[in-house]
Write a protein that binds this ligand. Structure first.
Ligand code: CA
Length: 505
């Protein structure tokens, strides 16, 4: 089979991207020869583009030419001027609401029923929460002991996870934006993978007191250990191990049951993206997402700076005015947040993104929003909020992988799908992470880190629908405990970096 040399997305595009690295003089399209070597995934001009002329990919203006560009030239990030972002005022809503979605081949998964109601779990984990970073050292020692001495006796429990974080004290706890980290840590305790068990380690003098973290009914000696009330280190460890033993016994009684897919809540994000992400991995994830939504499941996508330039397109898919307005407000809040730091959305992308052919944030955003598929957007969440609806949800979080992960966990995801082009071994201890590569080269190099390869779409060996369906089945298999992801197998777990936009004191 002849591998195509280039990918042109929309008819109006005046650039294409290379499927593989090409030499100077290579004829990429009839009559168009590369004027220089062009790296894999980078843009080649299909027409002459005058200075200030539009550079178009995905049918949208990525930017304006800084200087004259000739047909066949390599276009990289140094050659474009960023356009102004889309106006978020007066966005249209409900004008592009598709209800015809790909039919889901299955309608159930094998999950853990949630004793508190709501979404079911994909794993059965004892989570030990903390009010403050000060307790982390002691808790980590105790968790090692619990894993070594107790966990082997509780065959139905998957893991013991410490919810360590940098928040809790030395912070302006009454600052308006402190609601974000506090809400996230509070909601994280209710993640369905934690089986409704509450166990909190506090210090005793911190600002994030247990009453800020827990509902009144959960504030009992059975759920909370205060280190300043313990007679030294040995007593602390003994208290934590003893409470964990009690919780593990209850969790061990849980069994997987056949649950409707409407009880599954997953998240999507990408990291280390490249120019293939928007044409291979992210649209495949979007297709899988549409199938899940069709079956009644909930799918969250996030990453504010990576949707900002496509927000008008998302607004058109919002079901009602309230949802669109909340989308507008989240964008406004983030624009302001960036402005306070004297930057704007151009602070994203990364050097690796650029090396992978992404010239600027407009190009990255157009690829990023593809992961949301075509489903209507039924709800928009502020960072760390819990959903009240099922279906496709925009959960506003930073795009940073290690912040988006825990913030989506706080919103209740029990599995995350992670698309990557450059490659990252990212993972979460609290929920399995399915990694999807945008390029076959990455899958070949990282055979034992990438779960699903979407690079075969770029080479013409497979279609978005085929990879999307494969990914759908893999998601359901992992959610049901029939399969493990590579990150899970090797226990590649990133720290939980809770989003704290409020001042530290
Ligand atoms: Ca990300």
């Amino acid at each position: 089979m002849n591998t195509p040399k280039y990918i042109k997305i929309k008819e109006v595009d005046n650039v294409a991207t290379t499927v593989i690295s090409i030499d100077k003089g290579t004829e990429i399209v009839d009559g168009i020869l590369a004027n220089s070597p062009i790296p894999q995934g980078h843009k080649i001009a299909l027409t002459d583009i005058p200075k200030d002329g539009e550079i178009i990919r995905y049918g949208v203006v990525l930017g304006y030419a800084l200087n004259n560009i000739s047909k066949g030239d390599w276009i990289n990030e140094t050659m474009l001027v960023l356009p102004t972002p889309p106006d978020i005022h007066n966005m249209k809503y409900g004008v592009n609401v598709k209800h015809k979605l790909p039919i889901s081949p299955v309608t159930t998964f094998e999950g853990y029923r949630n004793p508190k109601g709501g979404y079911g779990g994909t794993r059965n984990i004892l989570a030990i929460s903390t009010t403050v970073q000060c307790v982390t050292g002691v808790l980590n020692v105790a968790v090692e002991k619990i894993k070594r001495e107790l966990l082997p006796h509780y065959k139905n429990v998957d893991d013991v996870v410490a919810i360590n974080h940098a928040y809790g004290c030395g912070v302006a706890i009454n600052a308006p934006d402190a609601v974000i980290p506090i809400r996230a840590l509070k909601n994280l305790i209710d993640n369905p993978n934690f089986g409704g068990e509450v166990m909190v380690i506090a210090l005793g003098c911190e600002k994030l007191t247990v009453d800020k973290l827990l509902n009144e009914v959960d504030i009992t000696p059975e759920n909370i250990i205060v280190l300043q009330e313990q007679e030294g280190f040995e007593a602390m460890i003994a208290a934590i191990v003893s409470m964990a033993d009690h919780k593990l016994r209850r969790l061990n009684d849980r069994r997987r049951e056949t649950l409707p897919l409407s009880e599954l809540c997953i998240g999507m994000q990408c990291g280390g993206s490249d120019s293939f992400s928007g044409v291979t991995s992210n649209p495949s994830a979007g297709y899988a997402s549409d199938m899940l939504v069709q079956a009644g499941a909930t799918v969250m996508f996030s990453e504010v700076t990576e949707v900002r330039d496509g927000v008008h397109i998302l607004a058109e898919r919002c079901l009602d005015e309230k949802t669109m307005k909340k989308l507008e407000n989240e964008m406004k809040w983030y624009d302001n947040y960036l402005e306070m730091g004297n930057v704007d959305r151009s602070a994203n992308p990364t050097p690796g993104n650029k090396k992978g052919g992404l010239s600027n944030i407009v190009e990255k955003a157009m690829g990023s929003i593809a992961k949301s598929g075509t489903s209507p957007i039924v709800e928009v969440l502020s960072p760390g909020e819990k959903p009240s609806k099922k279906g496709l949800i925009y959960a506003a979080t930073p795009a940073s992988d290690i912040v988006c992960g825990p913030m989506q966990l706080a919103s209740g995801i029990t599995l995350q799908v992670f698309m990557t082009g450059r490659g990252t071994p990212y993972g979460l201890a609290a929920a399995p992470v399915v990694k999807v590569s945008s390029r076959t080269d990455l899958k070949d190099m990282w055979k034992d880190l990438i779960d699903v390869n979407a690079g075969v779409i770029a080479t013409g060996e497979s279609s978005i629908e085929e990879v999307g369906t494969e990914l759908f089945h893999f998601i359901v298999d992992v959610a049901s405990g029939r399969k493990q992801t590579w990150a899970e197998r090797y226990k590649l777990y990133n720290d939980l970096c809770i989003f704290n936009p409020a001042p530290i004191t």
